[in-house]
Design a protein around this ligand. Sequence first.
Ligand SMILES: [Zn+2]
Length: 338
Amino acid sequence: MQTNIIGYNNLKRFFKNIIERKTPFPQSLLLYGYEGSGKYTLLKDFILSYLCQEKSGCKNCHNCKLILKKEHPDVLFLPKEKIIKIETIRNLKTFFYSPPSELEEKFLLIPCIENMNINAANSFLKMLEEPPYYLKILATSDNYNSLLPTIKSRFMNYHIPILSDEEYEYFVKKIKPEIKENELVILKHLTHKKPYKTILFLEKNLIFSFRKDFINAFVNFVEKDDFTGLFYILQQCIKQDIEDFFYEYLLLLIRDLIYLKEGLFQFIVNADILDKISHLKNRFSYFTLWSFLDLIVDTLRVGKKFYDREFYLERILWNFYKLKRGLSWQKMNIQSHY
Ligand SMILES: [Zn+2]
């Protein structure tokens, strides 16, 4: 099976046996796990290899070409949608109930199945009660806990684990062979080993350029109460669609300051710039640093749902400023108003 997705060797072995027709194709399969793990791509590559006339996902045979052009009459990959509405499910019915025209089976791929709203889910469940024998349904979920138990029970459920350190290192070095050891450690912490985020951060060359500016801006903020640098970087991150970098790196700096205070140097991620940050640790009490960690996590959790991203990220900075001046920050208890 050809795929660019690294790791998940047990699952790949399982797929290989199906592609080689040693194991039957499951009637329905749900891959769940963290966002950006490559579940959707993996399933697409699996279907392609299974249906490829060369059994490899050659991209050149009749089946491969039609599938890649999204023109195969017996293969349907739904696009990712933030909300899957009942219209989408209604439109599926023709595909669902008409027998295959070129193959012996039909293949349906549904990404982020938890995004079905309640009407869509109920309608889909009705269809799943007696699915046609020829239909194979594959789905992914980033948020397994929010998925209806009745949907889960209709699928063979497979959990996608986070990459091991070795797998992650292999993955990063394939993209950027010249990466330095300390940069790899920083990247691992910033992305939590999520492949999609890693590719994005590497493409934008963040570790190597943005980080320096970020640290200078952070030092200015702490020492001179000068916001401008951090705000500028925040704006840049939003513009480039990588605001995750902004708060993940902020979290990482705070985390390092806490370890510095504890004298636990082996856990410090930004070890190469200790001279730049080590004196900052005395500017904050433990209480302020811990509160700041809480503040970021809390603001992201609530803010992501209710505000535009610029507002809630700016709010992190304002509240940090307040904390630093010994004032308490105001929690965003927005949910109670809804
Ligand atoms: Zn092929």
